[in-house]
Design a protein around this ligand. Structure first.
Ligand SMILES: Nc1nc2c(ncn2[C@@H]2O[C@H](COP(=O)(O)OP(=O)(O)OP(=O)(O)O)[C@@H](O)[C@H]2O)c(=O)[nH]1
Ligand SMILES: [Mg+2]
Length: 312
């Protein structure tokens, strides 16, 4: 398969095309994923999440530049926007901010919208991660706004999760409500040029102190994306977490667990597709549904008829 070969050789156009193929589920997706899969597992995936407007995109942009300049590593960026129906090269806001990277061969940016299904978005994100990984990206940054379950699912694909907060108690409360406080491996208090940043750092630190059970205490790093401040401290905190995961053996364990549950996810997804397909093709299914409507059989009995037909 030429696309897979070109991608593995590091060709950028092939990379862009491959992402479109896995995202749209077009023909060749399964073959492509099968070909590239043995070449995945090398990239380190960092999730960046936080409330709307916390400065995630700015931070991803600045951090990418920092990593390129000082460490020479290649960086793949996936900006996931669950509120946007659009996918493709880059969304407008990101395009403006990220234009500096356009000429940098070591950076690849891709924005993803929902295209109708939130669950599908998290699946597609995981596949785009594999494509970037196989293309040889050293680090993959996944930005998503932390507001709901599907975003939590997306962050589940990350080795290290950075939660971005801003000064002021309101942001901590919002983050707590969204359930993303507990998924943080590292906290970045962005916009530390604004008033109250020190207090926010202290507040988060004392919250973390209450939980003495954990053997990794997330560092809280003040950052000013706007002025390129704190970027190396943040990067070092990410590396430290990576080192902790590696040395404790958890990195391997987490990755294995993720892959195993991914298989279940894919099986369920395929089953769903198969059922939907058969529903459309077979009159029997319609008949079964009608029986439920007429209260001749109940939904459980109907599901047994349908599942029975599937494994026939
Ligand atoms: N004062 C200050 N403003 C910042 C800083 N970083 C980002 N901003 C501003 O915060 C606003 C939001 O930044 P974004 O990077 O778009 O935030 P985001 O979290 O990606 O936003 P969404 O993706 O829409 O949720 C912009 O106006 C930025 O200029 C900072 O360090 N200090
Ligand atoms: Mg953003």
């Amino acid at each position: 398969m030429k696309l897979a070969e070109d991608l593995l050789a590091g060709n950028r156009r092939a990379l862009a095309k491959a992402i479109t193929v896995v995202e749209n589920g077009t023909e060749g997706k399964k073959e492509l994923l099968a070909k590239i899969y043995p070449h995945t597992g090398n990239a380190y995936v960092v999730g960046i999440t936080g409330s709307p407007g916390a400065g995630k995109s700015s931070l991803v942009d600045r951090l990418t530049e920092h990593i390129r300049k000082h460490y020479g590593l290649t960086v793949g960026i996936i900006a996931v926007d669950p509120t946007s129906p659009f996918s493709g090269g880059a969304l407008l806001g990101d395009r403006i901010r990220m234009q500096d990277h356009v000429l940098d061969e070591g950076v690849f940016i891709r924005s993803m919208g929902t295209r109708g299904s939130l669950g599908g978005l998290s699946r597609a994100t995981k596949e785009v991660i594999k494509v970037l990984d196989a293309s040889g990206m050293d680090i993959i940054l996944v930005e998503t706004v932390g507001v709901g379950q599907s975003e939590l699912d997306i962050m589940n694909a990350a080795d290290t999760t950075v939660v971005v907060l801003t000064p002021g108690a309101g942001d901590i409360i919002q983050t707590l409500k969204a359930g993303i406080m507990e998924i943080a491996d590292v906290f970045a208090v962005n916009k530390a040029d604004l008033e109250g940043a020190d207090r926010t750092v202290t507040e988060v630190e004392s919250m973390l102190e209450l939980d003495k059970e954990r053997d990794w205490t997330p560092p809280v790093v003040p950052v000013i994306s706007l002025h390129n401040k704190g970027l190396d401290q943040l990067y070092q905190a990410i590396l430290k977490h990576k080192e902790y995961l590696t040395e404790s053996g958890q990195l391997a364990v987490h990755r294995q667990q993720r892959l195993k549950s991914e298989v279940v996810e894919v099986v369920l997804e395929q089953l769903k597709q198969k059922i939907t397909r058969e529903f459309k093709e077979s009159g029997n299914f319609e008949e079964t549904l009608e029986k439920v409507v007429k209260r001749e059989i109940d939904p459980y009995q109907a599901s047994e008829v349908i599942l029975g037909a599937l494994i026939r």
